[in-house]
Ligand binder design. Structure first.
Ligand code: GPQ
Length: 792
């Protein structure tokens, strides 16, 4: 049978025999699931082959432990990587459906908050593309990140329900489960400690294969779901106490019920600690089980397994691995600690003090009594080996998880050059002095398969026509288009691809957001979680000042701009929610202003997620990366924009620094204070007042907010924002405003020379190949994991 016919046959078989649907009764979701199953079938053989090659060769495996995997939709990734795009499109077409409609029907799996979770997803795909044996371990949240809507401009949250429809990608592994305990006490038996938990839940495994480019290799994403050890209490049920009878089940399932919606803030909730221990403990048991099925000597664990802790969320892995090796397998404590240290590594993703996890000793002793005792032993051992007055794992009654992760790790890494330097100078200064070899840098990256090839088919086709497809897994090859930037025909084609992406976005905005925008206007985009350090309020202040400037001179030759915002605020983050309300309120006034709206619009589509990012980024001219220097660990959206030919207006923060070095300072709009200047500026007590006094535009923009221009005349509505900015202004919005305004006017001027702009955009694409997550993963393999790619 020809390939296309075989594929069609497989799809129809799945529709009929897996879903039990007749083609005439199938809706788009049925077709989508049938297609996913047909595609999934094609992943299984490479998946098995990868597992066999790893086992037979006795290769080292990488284990990536992460509370978050922001995977988004999976069907297109799978279709593209397996080379099935044309076959799938033709098949759907023959069946009277469009592949793009079917792809769009897939729920966007949001098992993560933002950059940290998306990074984990890009890493899994790169690990498979490279052929590095790996398992991603996380939590199968029943509900991912909340859905965001706006009511009268304010954020409303509602539960997300990605599992409502069948999740076609996973295999439930009823044979793979572990008991995970909490609470109870510790007793001594025969000279060693035994933890006797008083609560136990089952961790049940669900596997999703992750296939790499060209389908040569597939790794596993194994997510744990919590189940009760007893289904229900029959005695209570028989007494008619129905709700009480179901209690054990409800309690157990609560652990994996929902993703905590806090990005870069530590809420310190008991259930969160349970989630962290739950998935970490299950994963470690699984890792030891796999090791034990292949090898005998547990001391060899570091040779065969490298465990990466994605932030401190799984940092309890340190004491838990020591407990498993020492208490349960009889290794000496000293050897257990050393073995764990040689196996574990830790990635830090932020220096923000409010995000550094601390758990109270009381809570730890209550939920994880044996671990608390082991943390004290680990602390003692570290003190013995490295006498220091300043380093301690427990401080003011709290266990410091960053320090614990550091002490238990072979390598500790930051996620951009600047961030890694700052780690050494600030949060981990003392530990770095004791362990000068331990901290390394691995600058983040993004997968080009999703973020260029799939998200931007027009650009990809253009590139393929000129340099083939080698860039897809060797992104440095984008350099090969650099000599073509002065080729007028190529530049026009590049510009046409961008224009078509923008026209597509304009249509979408018209259909879904009820606003009309000119595709020839500059599309200026800031998409990321809403946070004061990311400074969406700096962006909206500039919009207000620009609106005022246009009013002053309505006949001047303004460069038309569409400012697009996207992002969610943590439900408990009141100030971030005020920023959302301000943006929406400003949008309302500006978009209906007959004088200015042809030059300036503000649009904030709700419920920003991975799929929306895929749509926005290829249609962007200007990427806003405007965090207070020293606060954004890396950023990864910034990389996606540069690859897709958006120019950046940005500060010297996180990976912006490296992006600017790559693309060249003349192709990047830099503004603002450096991290060092930020520290110095904060020492000036009235820095905000000084900045406002020195810039009438800034003063006027703040006055407009204060006087109620965006709140129907009410002066109180945005008082918290204005008071903050004119008072403490910790994130230095006012101090950076003047230079931001200057940079934005430079952007305006540059955009008016379309040809020169396109040249700069093309240079951004040509020079951004280093930003591939394949490069990042190769760095981890060489510097941290000492793991090799395996070829099937
Ligand atoms: N990041 Cl600590 C998150 O997305 N969530 C978090 O809880 C923490 C960090 C981000 C960080 O803010 C970005 O700068 C990074 O690019 C990203 O992690 C991946 O490293």
């Amino acid at each position: 049978m020809p390939a296309a016919a075989a594929f069609r046959d497989s799809l129809l078989r799945h529709l009929t025999y897996s879903l039990g649907k007749a083609p005439e009764n199938a809706d788009i979701t049925d077709w989508r699931i049938a297609l996913s199953l047909a595609v999934r079938d094609r992943m299984v053989d490479p998946w098995f082959a990868s597992a066999r090659a790893t086992q037979e060769g006795g290769h080292k495996r990488v284990y990536y432990l992460s509370m978050e995997f922001l995977i988004g939709r999976l069907l297109e990734d799978a279709v593209v990587n397996l080379g099935l795009l044309d076959v799938a499109a033709d098949t759907m077409h023959e069946l009277g459906l469009s592949l793009s409609d079917v792809l769009a029907d897939e729920p966007d799996a949001a098992l993560g908050n933002g950059g940290l979770g998306r990074l984990a997803a890009c890493f899994l795909e790169s690990l498979s593309t490279i052929g590095c044996p790996a398992v991603g371990y996380g939590i199968r949240y029943e509900h991912g990140l909340f859905k965001q809507s706006f009511r009268d401009g304010r954020q409303i949250e509602s539960p997300e329900d990605w599992l409502q429809q069948d999740h076609a990608w996973e295999f439930e592994r009823s044979g793979v489960s572990f008991d995970v305990g909490f609470g109870g006490d510790v007793v001594e038996r025969g000279g060693h400690c035994v933890w006797r938990p008083d609560e136990t839940v089952i961790a049940a495994a669900y596997d999703t294969p992750v296939v790499g480019w060209r389908g040569n290799w597939a790794n596993t994403l194994r997510l744990w779901s919590a189940k009760p050890t007893t289904i229900f209490d029959l005695a209570r049920f028989n007494r008619g106490e129905y709700a009480a009878a179901a209690e054990p089940e409800t309690l157990a399932r609560t652990i994996t019920r929902v993703l905590y919606p806090d990005d870069s803030t530590d809420e310190g909730k008991r259930l969160r600690l349970k989630q962290e221990f739950f998935f970490t403990a299950a994963s470690l048991r699984d890792i030891l089980r796999r090791f034990g099925s292949e090898f005998d000597d547990l001391k060899q664990l570091p040779k065969k397994a490298a465990i990466q802790l994605n932030d401190t969320h799984p940092a309890i892995a340190g004491p838990e691995l020591v407990r498993l090796l020492h208490d349960e397998r009889g290794m000496s404590l000293d050897c257990a600690i050393k073995t764990a240290q040689a196996t574990l590594n830790y990635t830090n993703h932020t220096l923000l003090p409010e995000a550094l996890e601390r758990w109270s000793e009381g809570l730890m002793r209550e939920l994880l009594p044996r671990h608390m005792a082991l943390i004290e032993r680990i602390d003692d051992a570290h003190h013995q080996a490295y006498p220091s007055r300043t380093v301690s794992l427990v401080e003011n009654g709290d266990v410091k998880m960053g320090e614990l992760a550091f002490v238990m790790a072979n390598r500790v890494n930051g996620v951009s050059a600047l961030h890694t330097d700052l780690m050494k100078q600030t949060v981990f200064k003392d530990l770095h002095a004791l362990h000068p070899e331990r901290i390394v840098n691995e600058t983040n990256g993004v997968t080009p398969r999703r973020w260029v090839l799939s998200a931007n088919p027009r650009l990809s086709t253009l590139l393929a026509g000129r340099i083939g497809l080698g860039w897809v897994d060797d992104l440095q090859q984008l350099e090969r288009i650099e000599p073509m930037v002065d080729d007028k025909a190529f530049r026009d084609q590049y510009a046409a691809a961008k224009r078509a992406n923008k026209a597509g976005l304009s249509d979408w905005l018209r259909d879904t957001q009820d606003v009309s925008v000119d595709p020839d206007a500059m599309f200026d985009v800031q998409i990321k979680r809403i946070h004061e350090y990311k400074r969406q309020h700096l962006n909206i202040l500039e919009a207000i000042a620009l609106w005022q400037a246009i009013h002053d001179q309505p006949n001047a030759d303004w460069t038309p701009r569409v400012k697009i915002f996207g992002g969610k605020a943590a439900p408990g983050y009141v100030f971030a929610k005020e920023i959302i309300y301000l943006i929406n309120s400003v949008a309302k006034v500006l978009n209906s202003d007959p004088v200015t709206s042809k030059f300036l619009k503000v649009i904030y589509p709700p419920n920003y997620n991975v799929s929306l990012a895929e749509q926005l980024i290829p249609a962007t001219d200007l990427s806003e990366q405007i965090s207070t220097a020293g606060k954004e660990a890396s950023g990864t959206g910034n990389m996606k924009f540069a690859l897709n030919g958006a120019l950046t207006v940005g500060t010297l923060d996180g990976a912006n620094v490296e992006i600017r070095d790559l693309v060249g300072p003349e192709n990047f709009f830099l503004f603002g204070m450096t991290a060092q200047e930020v520290v110095e500026r904060r020492m000036i007590e009235d820095h905000a007042a000084q900045a406002i006094g020195a810039d009438t535009r800034l003063a006027r923009a703040l006055d407009a907010i204060r006087s109620g221009a965006f709140s129907g005349g009410d002066r109180d509505t945005f008082a918290s924002i204005v008071d903050n900015l004119s008072g403490p202004d910790y994130f230095l919005v006012c101090s950076d405003f003047t230079d931001y305004w200057r940079a934005q006017r430079d952007v305006d001027a540059a955009f008016r020379d379309r040809d020169a702009w396109m040249r700069m955009a093309m240079l951004n694409t040509a020079r951004s190949g280093w930003l591939s997550s394949d490069r990042t993963i190769r760095g981890y393999m060489a510097d941290i994991w000492k793991a090799d790619a395996v070829h099937t």
